[in-house]
Design a protein around this ligand. Structure first.
Ligand SMILES: C[S@@+](CC[C@H](N)C(=O)[O-])C[C@H]1O[C@@H](n2cnc3c(N)ncnc32)[C@H](O)[C@@H]1O
Length: 290
């Protein structure tokens, strides 16, 4: 199918007809807003007010090819190579997870609860969305972030530069205790992680957009123990989380209770609790070190 004319109204109709088998109508509108903002600098109000205006051929072509990619299930953030998180713009590519709204809730929680904390560590940082948002929204804090993926660290460093945030990055396999003890040299007031938490055999239950595009290293846990990352990080807190410090996790609602039980059995926290996200799902753990 072709775009009927150069008008914005026809482009919008084209997106809806091409993408209705892949996305809900409201999702197509949200995607169009992102694409029109990116390629034409249009605000949402412009999109409403300029429906009868004609787009030039070059802009129309960019938006046409964007639609073709979307039809192949490529998420809009990977096509535009950008994602918004906590009101900041991040560069993203297929080496990093697209930051999620639940993670913004986590950042919000951490910022509200830790106004006098001085040092933060984010484990499995991906795009760097967590440490960079923390650094940009707090005064006088030091922030470190680690990931096993050198490609992810490269993206996170680029984002730290784009957002003018000073972050100390460490490439490390958090499942390897010796390597972690050596490379993570200091201790922290706050440790945060949104680690991989989907069992490899649950692949089929995931959306195709996610499976085909997002890095499996960020999504899946290999082996039988699906909460292995949480266990290793809780163990790490014995050495690396300061007394009275706090641990924050983003969780899989299906295994949240097991993570809470493991935190309690580690006997290093005076309080550990599960918190629901805005959609009412158990999504976060907060634990206060003795
Ligand atoms: C669910 S993603 C979270 C990314 C980012 N923090 C966010 O919330 O958007 C998990 C991250 O953990 C990293 N990761 C996977 N295995 C790891 C390991 N063994 N050690 C350190 N990081 C690891 C992945 O590369 C990925 O960036």
């Amino acid at each position: 199918m072709r775009v009927a004319s150069n008008s914005l109204a026809h482009l919008i109709a084209f997106y809806h007809s091409e993408l209705n088998s892949v996305y809900e109508s409201s999702e197509i509108d949200a995607i169009l807003n992102l694409a029109l903002e990116h390629f034409l600098g249009f605000s949402k109000t412009d999109v409403v007010n300029k429906k009868n205006e004609n787009l030039n051929q070059s802009d129309l072509l960019k938006l046409y090819f964007c639609c073709k990619e979307l039809k192949k299930n490529v998420p809009i953030q990977y096509i535009l190579k950008e994602a918004w998180f906590y009101n900041l713009k991040f560069y993203v590519n297929q080496n990093v997870l697209i930051p999620r709204p639940e993670t913004e809730e986590l950042v919000d929680l951490i910022l509200k609860e830790n106004q006098s904390a001085g040092s933060f560590l984010d484990i499995g940082t991906g795009s760097g969305c967590i440490p960079i948002s923390l650094k940009k929204n707090s005064k006088n804090i030091t922030v470190s972030a680690c990931d096993i993926s050198s490609e992810a660290i490269e993206v996170a460093k680029k984002n730290a530069e784009l957002n003018k945030a000073e972050i100390h990055f460490i490439e490390v396999d958090i499942l390897n205790e010796k390597e972690t003890a050596k490379k993570i040299e200091t201790t922290f007031d706050v440790i945060i992680s949104n680690p991989p938490y989907i069992k490899a055999d649950e692949k089929d239950s995931l959306n195709q957009h996610v499976i085909n595009n997002e890095p499996h290293l960020a999504l899946f846990v290999n082996g039988q123990d699906e909460i292995i990352f949480y266990k290793k990080i809780i163990d790490l807190c014995h050495q690396k989380l300061n007394a009275k410090g706090k641990l924050y996790f983003e969780l899989n609602p299906l295994t949240a209770k097991n993570v809470l039980d493991y935190a309690n059995s580690s006997k290093q926290f005076s309080k550990a609790e599960l918190i629901k996200d805005m959609s009412g799902k158990i999504r976060f753990l907060i634990a206060n070190k003795n």
